[in-house]
Design a protein around this ligand. Sequence first.
Ligand SMILES: *[C@@H]1O[C@H](CO)[C@@H](O)[C@H](O)[C@H]1NC(C)=O
Ligand SMILES: *[C@@H]1O[C@H](CO)[C@@H](O)[C@H](O)[C@H]1NC(C)=O
Ligand SMILES: *[C@@H]1O[C@H](CO)[C@@H](O)[C@H](O)[C@H]1NC(C)=O
Ligand SMILES: *[C@@H]1O[C@H](CO)[C@@H](O)[C@H](O)[C@H]1NC(C)=O
Length: 468
Amino acid sequence: MLTSNMSHSGRFILTVIFLLIFIQSARGKDCVCELVNSDPDFPEFKLDNVELTASQCTENITSEKITEIDRLVLGLQHRIWQLVDMVSILEKEDNGNLYAAVSLRIIELELAEIQDLLDELNQTTSTYQQLSIQAAEELQNMQETMEELEMSDHTQAMVKQRQNELLKKELVRCQNVLNSTLPPPTLSPGHCGLGHLVGVSGPKTYSLTVHGTSYSFGAWGRDANPASGDENKYWLVVLSSSNAYGNFIRQYNSLSTIILGIDPTDTYISSSNPTTNTIQGPNMIMYANALYYNCYNTYSVCQFNLTTQSVSTVALPNDAGYNNKFPFAHLGTTYGYTDMDFVTDESGVYVIYATTSNFGNVVISKVETSNPPVLGQTWSTSLHKKTVTNTFMVCGVLYATRYLDQETEEIFYTYDTKTNKERYDLRINIKKMQTNIKSINYDPRDHLLYVFNDAYIVTYETKFGELY
Ligand SMILES: *[C@@H]1O[C@H](CO)[C@@H](O)[C@H](O)[C@H]1NC(C)=O
Ligand SMILES: *[C@@H]1O[C@H](CO)[C@@H](O)[C@H](O)[C@H]1NC(C)=O
Ligand SMILES: *[C@@H]1O[C@H](CO)[C@@H](O)[C@H](O)[C@H]1NC(C)=O
Ligand SMILES: *[C@@H]1O[C@H](CO)[C@@H](O)[C@H](O)[C@H]1NC(C)=O
């Protein structure tokens, strides 16, 4: 599909080159005699029209349209590869007919979703092809107009030369648009002087929460932007109702007290659980003494101010997933109520979610931490939310993990919000202590990952470098 698009664009370039050649030869032929002017006036407005059409035409074939297709194709390609991986894992693990039948059903569902994506892609490329056909027609008209102009122009070689320069510029712009789609995505260097994430080591610390193994969903970490005096505090939230809902935040004054589970301070969002504006799902974050999380039973962001103990909210787009529509997952397992993931980096708070209009792929929105909070800049990725187990963000770069096996989670994907480049080829392993990672938070102050690994709270050290 792409190849035929490129050939339309190729035809466009060829036509422009043809125009240039015949303008050049017309010029060569014409710049001798110009003393007697018996011809009608040069219809300069026609040339202006051609100029206008040429620039419109390059604007219509914007890099944005090509990027949209690239994004779809890239996401699709990686889902297919992931599916192939899944099938080979299943082949190895196949230990009974029931398991095989269940897995087959999962693969069928995945294939059906990929088919839907292919249909979307077909629609997008059809629109794009239509555009190319239109552009080709316009070029045909331009060519005819130029021929007409050549007939009437016996005196204005200078004007032609000027137009020639303009057309040359358009040609270079066209080439740039085309070239910009050719190279594979590359990451720019890190944006905080840290460089790229190159490794994760640990666990550094590992302990069961005071709530015990039956509370296996939750999150913990440090406030990424603490009030003065709160710098050494740690927070912990376990989902205490149905593994899905929470209504209080536990805080400790030091790492040793949270590991030993002594001397906590609890702050309640509401006395009942769940109810309006309590916590839904484990992927929350603390920033500037406020907790950011998915409000119970809505597609809204909740901000709970621990100082005033009051909640403010802001809604995501109304096609954003919630209530298990676009959760984190790996083959056969979805993580309950993980439609929204809140992350912090050096620049503040972001919410990671998926929308129907982005085909269930991950969308990143900055959350401005005002009162009430507001949604800031938004980025659409090609990363299918249900192929991811968790995300975190460092220096404006989103990192996503997937489940490899019981012992290993892999950071496999990055999206750079400064360059809009994404890549799927990271191979950074996280050594797990338990099977399932329920949340990951990055603290920009100590560069540690705070992981909720089933009922255990675990930290990992991150390593940054320039090489990839
Ligand atoms: C560019 O797009 C506009 C709006 O879709 C259309 O009216 C115009 O004819 C197009 N121009 C060319 C040169 O294709
Ligand atoms: C793409 O859509 C067109 C109709 O819009 C259809 O004729 C064609 O078969 C579709 N191609 C694929 C690969 O689905
Ligand atoms: C586009 O890419 C081609 C091939 O790499 C190169 O020769 C050409 O100079 C590039 N054009 C521009 C405008 O960068
Ligand atoms: C929380 O409340 C305090 C006290 O009114 C205020 O200073 C602070 O800005 C609030 N935080 C947010 C994130 O709104």
